[in-house]
Design a protein around this ligand. Sequence first.
Ligand code: NAP
Length: 284
Amino acid sequence: MLICYNYIMKNWLINKNVVVTGASSGIGKDITKILINKYNCFVVGVARNIDKLNDLKNSLGEQSNKFEFVSADVSKKEDWKKIKDFCNDKNITVLINNAGTMLPFTRADKVEDTDVERLFNVNFFSTIYGYKTFCEEFRKDKNCAIANIASVAAVTSLPGTSYYSASKSALCSFSKIIASEERKNFFIGTYLPGMTSTNLFTNKDNKKPVFDEKTGKLFNKFSTSSEKMAKKIVKCLAKKKRFKVLGKDAKLLKFLNSLMPIKSSDLYYNVMKKTKLSSFEDIF
Ligand SMILES: NC(=O)c1ccc[n+]([C@@H]2O[C@H](COP(=O)([O-])OP(=O)(O)OC[C@H]3O[C@@H](n4cnc5c(N)ncnc54)[C@H](OP(=O)(O)O)[C@@H]3O)[C@@H](O)[C@H]2O)c1
């Protein structure tokens, strides 16, 4: 009986129809590949860049019929109507809110209000729109699920990332609370990755990249690969883990924060200043 229960618990994700936001790059792209290749899922990928979504479809070869995509801006409420309409006949039972963006490291007062709004619209409000778009349908089946991809930035305080960290903290609080409110209806998981090698730090939405080449190379040494992080996230979802910090660096940062909730931030500030890296110069 217990073996049977464990089998069902671990395999509930197989053959599901899933929406993955931010499927055109990085972690979302790798989550999509794992869901299709390992769990035999059908995936609707959401992102703005059609060429990248098309490239992903072509790269799937014989499995490409298990992937369809819709070009949408998840930060716009009206685009969720487009996503919902596209999914209308597809019996979607899992939503992975993964799309996200980051601003260059900058002291809070120097960041333009328009950039703050754009960041919160992508990282926080999109997950609210996603939840509200699917929650009514999902309440009809206990095997439905939402995974919200936050960041370790939600539980640490790195200077220069005030708005990114705040958007991910907001997402974390929201996600943990709706997970409790919906626990009798369907599953909601909150996952906090640490540093991962993706395009997040070079994306073209900002006037300048988050990292210059030198900083990028340095951070890559501590980063988890995108494939590995995606594997960890899918594993957590398959096991229905409600909350998980992922990656060695993330676990260390979370530990330091619990040990020194205020002082750790001052410590990072001093270390970042000493590095003299140009990616951090706007913090000081
Ligand atoms: N990389 C890390 O170190 C790290 C650490 C912790 C948490 N995370 C989180 O992990 C998630 C995935 O990021 P990543 O590292 O894989 O970065 P990435 O390679 O830059 O991927 C971001 C994805 O989000 C999509 N996206 C961005 N803005 C969008 C919008 N307005 N509408 C629709 N799609 C949008 C992008 O697609 P288009 O540009 O085609 O729209 C892209 O597919 C994010 O939520 C990020 O905050 C990353």
